[in-house]
Design a protein around this ligand. Structure first.
Ligand SMILES: NC(=O)c1ccc[n+]([C@@H]2O[C@H](COP(=O)([O-])OP(=O)(O)OC[C@H]3O[C@@H](n4cnc5c(N)ncnc54)[C@H](OP(=O)(O)O)[C@@H]3O)[C@@H](O)[C@H]2O)c1
Length: 306
């Protein structure tokens, strides 16, 4: 297949590209800058210049492909509404380009907020009335799934908040930065709340399987660890940094962790039983705590939690 990948230069996309190439697919990566284009070409993929704001570039890229994996997202938490609107226009544009062709469109989404306090499954649907980031992304995911009725083999691959691996600049990397800045590795309350996780290499394999064979309208869960207690995560971080592990009272979480506080307090376990069965996906890369023990999260980084 000739697969258009948006976000091909990103943390997950840069694992998806070699996964597709190794399976014999042609890959075309969307690039909005010279740096991204160089990274995509160096990975062995073709470059399609364009951006999420340039709908013509998305339309022509999709029309020239046998399928699309959509990973690009503007992670601007100050204007999440705007980022979600841009994402929605991109999904609609891909849908129009692929309509009636039965070609696949796979989009990334998330599990956070789906079923707080219990194990979320592929059968859970987002609460679109709840507002906030999860509802925005959930609405876009529903729009992608609805394209199945227009002759697009669309699927939504929900990821845990913790896609981990070398080069991670997300939540776990931020938790490490906060621990350094505070001189202690913290968790919220008793730390029994759970975070699901997946290694980027396992996630990449699932994106490949999805574009190859996910039935139209599938919801997939890229979950390897169903729920790692956040206290266990904090303990590994503390051990590697030589810092104490401390409990932070919920009312002080925002002050201590900045924007990460509410996320670190969330209990959001999720399963992938149906996905594993549907696509014969078996995660095999190191789990979250083993990946932390590999040490790459503790190379020097600088970032602010606020
Ligand atoms: N990583 C996680 O833990 C995680 C968890 C849940 C969901 N997700 C979702 O999975 C997807 C991939 O995440 P990621 O961690 O790989 O993200 P990332 O490392 O931040 O990469 C984002 C990608 O999007 C591209 N991009 C951003 N704005 C763009 C624009 N205006 N036009 C074109 N391309 C643009 C970036 O291109 P440049 O190289 O040019 O910047 C980059 O390739 C996203 O939808 C994300 O929300 C990720």
């Amino acid at each position: 297949m000739r697969v258009l990948v948006t976000g091909a230069s990103g943390f997950i996309g840069s694992a998806v590209v070699p996964e597709l190439l190794a399976a014999g697919h042609q890959v075309v990566g969307l690039a909005r800058s010279d740096d991204s284009a160089a990274a995509i070409a160096a990975a062995g993929a073709q470059v399609h210049r364009g951006s999420l704001d340039d709908l013509d570039s998305l339309r022509t890229g999709a029309a020239d492909s046998d399928g699309v994996i959509h990973l690009a997202f503007i992670h601007d938490f100050a204007d999440f509404d705007g980022a979600a609107r841009t994402d929605r226009r991109a999904i609609d544009t891909f849908g129009a380009a692929l309509a009636g062709s039965d070609r696949p469109l796979v989009i990334a989404s998330g599990v956070l907020g789906l079923a707080p306090g219990r194990v979320a499954t592929e059968q859970d649907r987002p609460d679109l009335t709840a507002g906030g980031m999860a509802a925005h992304r959930g609405a876009n995911a529903q729009a992608a799934l609805a394209l199945a009725e227009k002759g697009v083999r669309s699927s939504v691959l929900r990821l845990p908040p913790t896609v981990h691996g070398a080069g991670d600049h997300g939540f776990v990397a931020t938790a490490v930065d906060v621990a350094r800045q505070r001189g202690a590795s913290g968790y919220v309350g008793d730390g029994a709340n759970r975070w699901p996780a997946v290694h980027r290499l396992d996630a990449a394999r699932l994106f490949r399987l999805a574009v190859e064979k996910a039935p139209a309208g599938s919801v997939l869960h890229g979950i390897a660890d169903e729920g790692v207690p956040v206290r266990a995560l904090a303990e590994v971080i503390g051990r590697h940094l030589g810092l104490p592990t401390v409990a932070v009272p919920p009312e002080r979480a925002a002050e201590h962790f900045g924007w990460l506080g509410p996320l670190l307090a969330a209990d959001a376990p999720a399963s992938s039983t149906l996905t594993r069965k549907l696509l014969d996906w078996n995660p095999s890369a190191p789990d979250l705590l083993a990946d932390l023990d590999e040490g790459h999260y503790f190379l020097d980084r600088t970032a602010s939690p606020s």
